[in-house]
Structures are given as C-alpha cells and as structure tokens.
Design a protein around this ligand. Structure first.
Ligand code: SAH
Ligand code: TYD
Ligand code: ZN
Length: 414
C-alpha cells in the first residue's frame, strides 16, 4: 500500500498569479473549529484540505478556500486568553507598541482579529485610543467586558473606510494569527492604504513557514491558515500592494512565528534582519520543490507512526486521552484517522468546546478536571505549543506514572 501523500499539480497563486506547482493533499476535512453537539453528527460539511506552494513567489497557500462565514461567526469557540504564556506575550506586544509607535497623544491603534481582547486589554489600560475588529460576536463580547473597544466585522476595504471616516487615520494596524486567515489580501491592503496614517505601520505576526517545514508541524495546515507566510513571500506581497517590508522578528509562540512590520515605501529604513532572513530562506531552499516533497514524506511517516503507537497502546489495554482541543488537532485526527476508539476524550479549558465533539473525528471534549479522574496511562498532547505550561500544570500526571505522547517533530513518548 502506498501511504505517501498525493503530491499534485494545481491552480493559480493568490499572490502573484503564477502556477502553484506543488501541493500536499490532506483529503477531506471538517471546519477545524466546528465543535459539534452529539445530535449534529452526520451533518458536517467537509472540504478538501490541500496546501500548495507557488514556486515563483514562495507563498504557501490552500488550494480550496472555506467561505469565511463558515469559519468565523457568532459561535466561533476559539478564545486566545486560555494560555498564561500567550497572555504574557500579548501584554509585551501591547506595551512595546504603546512605547515605540503610539507616542502621540491621540494616536489610534486598530487590531484585526482582536478576539477576546488578549492584546488590546493592556492598550486600553494604558489609556491609548484603540479599536478591535473581529468577526466573532461572542469573542467580541468577552473583549468588551474587559473594557476593550471593539466591533464585530470582517476587516476588508469597506470596513477600513468606515473606521477611517469615524476615527481618522491609524498610526498602527496590528494583527496576530489572523492575516493568514484572510484569502482576499487585495481588499485588506486597499483597506490598509485607506486607514493607515502616512507614517503609520502595519504590524502582523503569524506562524512561520520556515519553522513549520523544519519541525514537521503539519498540523498547522488547516482551513483557517489560508496562507503560511515566509519572509520572502511577505516582502513580495508588501511590494505588490504598495507597501514595504521594513522589519521582521522571529517569535517563540505557536511553535515558531514571525512578526512583520510594513510601512509605506521609503517611510522607514528596512532593517538588516529582512535581507538576512530572505538570504537564509534562499540558502535553506525553503521554496524549493525538494523541500516541500520532504515535508510531505515526513507527514506520511508521522501519520503511520502515530497510528501504530496508538493502536498498540490500546491493544495492550492502556488508556489514552487527548490534551487540548486545538484547531490543529482537526488535521491530526481526521488526516490520521484517530477517533474515540483510540483517544477516549480530549480535555480542554475552553467552556465553548466542552460537552461537544471534535470536528469530523467526534472525540468528546471534557473539562480539564476529567484528566485526573482518574489519570489515563497516556496523554496525546494536541496543544504541543503549550507543552511547558501544560506539563508544569499537570506535573502530577507524570509523577504518578503517566506519559505524554508527542507527534512533532516526530512521534515520541516522554
Ligand atoms: N489575535 C488573536 C486571535 C486569533 S484567532 C490571537 O492571536 O490569539 C483569529 C481571529 O480572527 C478570530 O477571532 C476570528 O473571528 C477573527 N477573524 C477572522 N477573519 C477576520 C477578518 N477578516 N476580520 C476580522 N477578524 C477576523
Ligand atoms: P492553541 O494553541 O491556540 O491552538 P490552535 O491555534 O491550534 O487552536 O489552543 C490551545 C487549546 O488548548 C485551547 O483550546 C485551550 C487549550 N488549553 C488547555 O486546555 N489547557 C491549557 O493549559 C492551555 C495552555 C491550553
Ligand atoms: Zn506566487
């Protein structure tokens, strides 16, 4: 049997219009954050998850686009503030933007994808003028309760025009883990052009393609991550839409991310880091077909090994539960074929996910208290990006003989 992922040729690049020469097909997948009620089993929509790579501009992108209203809506359950590590990260981001960029008395910061206010909370507390824009009403309500000004909307050209008319120009537009979710970048850039002050900056951070490929983070590929950015592709994107990439900074969040700063051409001198990363990506062959094919081969290997480990453990009578009902786990469970016979339940702190089933794979989601009641023999860590925080919090699990199963960068038990 050939278990290799199908690598096929396909479609046009959403950035440069070139041919997307390489792609990895993960097969049919559900919407990654569509946690369903037991009564809803059988009614889920599936789409084809396929990651393509444009060899001309280096932009990695999905070949099929899930309509945005299907992903982000009233019931979108993702809440950013579930991790203490991420809360600290975004507080630092907020304070550095306030200190370095928002120095005028009336400067405005707009955030795209502000979710539960994890970043804007500290901006609001510093008394700085701000506005969050997020497509999920329930997430915005949590932000509002924290004193964060935000509106329910998809950011695009018309939203930017409305904000500009009501609030004036923005000194900073910030976005974390959201710009990659928006397939229609041309409208977003027209919006940024309308909204940003002449000396304003667009700062965004997102998972970094270099880390994803280097560490085999294949589960970062899911419906919401329409683009997987690299420094070179962002540089090309900025130039194409009338901006300039002036700084980049690698980040330790989500297993490896990058912060990009864009300004109007000539407004700021690009830092040396930009060309250093562009050179490094070229040296490593990040946008080479051979690199992409190695990534595909590593994904097939991980799937086979993970399935073998789980099947053996269950056959040996061991109990296995999942930890962290992440968006990433939708790709892992559906692509690898992991259901509740292999992983009995997944525990997660998000109330909006508890009592529901994981999309497509239908594993029950339970509150974290279920983890120790009684402890399982093994725990599959879907939230591997929070390994330090979770393993510290669940220290007793290991002390009494439990073991963690990790599947990145390869399948191993600790
Ligand atoms: N910035 C947060 C949230 C990321 S999740 C963090 O880094 O943790 C992505 C968020 O973007 C969701 O809350 C979703 O509702 C929102 N979103 C998705 N597309 C959007 C768009 N076009 N405009 C505004 N918000 C959007
Ligand atoms: P996240 O890492 O943002 O993953 P993704 O972007 O793939 O959705 O989400 C982490 C998930 O793990 C979230 O649902 C909350 C949960 N979680 C816990 O249950 N316990 C914890 O201690 C932490 C840090 C997260
Ligand atoms: Zn391209």
């Amino acid at each position: 049997m050939n278990n290799e992922l199908r690598v096929e040729k396909g479609s046009r690049c959403r950035l440069c219009g070139g041919q997307v020469e390489e792609s990895i097909d993960f097969g049919p997948q559900p919407v990654s954050n569509a946690f369903i009620l037991p009564t809803e089993v059988g009614g889920e929509p599936f789409f084809r998850l396929a990651l393509g790579l444009c060899l001309s501009c280096g932009m990695a992108q999905l070949l099929d686009e899930v309509p945005r209203e299907r992903m982000f809506h009233e019931d979108y359950p993702y809440r950013s503030s579930g991790s203490a590590f991420m809360r600290k990260h975004f507080e630092e981001v907020a304070l550095s933007l306030v200190e370095e960029e928002l120095t005028g008395p009336d400067d405005l910061l707009v955030e795209i994808g502000s979710n539960d206010g994890i970043m804007l909370k500290a901006v609001a507390e510093a008394g700085v003028r701000h506005l969050g824009v997020d497509a999920s009403r329930s997430a915005v309500e949590v932000a509002t309760a924290k004193g964060v000004r935000s509106r329910v909307d998809f950011f695009e050209e018309s939203t930017a025009a409305a904000i500009r008319a009501a609030e004036g120009p923005a000194k900073v537009v910030f976005s974390a883990n959201t710009f990659s979710h928006i397939a229609y970048i041309d409208s977003v850039f027209r919006g940024l052009d309308l909204l940003l002050a002449p000396d304003g900056v667009f700062v965004f951070e997102d998972r970094y393609l270099g880390d994803i490929i280097e560490h085999n983070y294949f589960d970062q590929v899911y419906d919401e991550h329409f683009y997987l950015f690299a420094v070179r592709s962002v540089q090309i994107m900025a130039a194409r839409f009338g901006f300039e990439l002036v700084d980049v900074e690698p980040l330790r969040v989500h297993g490896g991310a990058m912060r990009y700063k864009l300004a109007r051409p000539g407004a700021r001198r690009p830092s040396a880091a930009v060309s250093e990363f562009v050179d490094k990506e070229a040296r490593l062959g990040l946008a080479d077909p051979a690199t992409f094919r190695r990534f595909a081969a590593g994904i097939s290997r991980t799937r086979d090994e993970l399935l073998a480990v789980l099947t053996d453990l269950r056959a040996g009578g061991h109990s296995v539960v999942g930890y962290g009902a992440t968006s990433k786990s939708a790709t892992v469970t559906n692509f690898c074929g992991i259901g509740s016979s292999l992983v009995s339940f997944v525990c997660d702190t998000t109330p909006e996910k508890q009592g529901r089933l994981t999309p497509g794979s239908h594993i029950p989601v339970m509150p974290p208290e279920a983890f120790s009641d009684p402890y399982p023999d093994y725990a599959l860590l879907f939230a591997w990006n929070h390994a330090d925080e979770i393993m510290a919090k669940e220290r007793r699990f290991r002390e009494q003989g439990g073991r963690w199963i990790l599947y990145v960068p390869d399948v191993h038990i600790v």
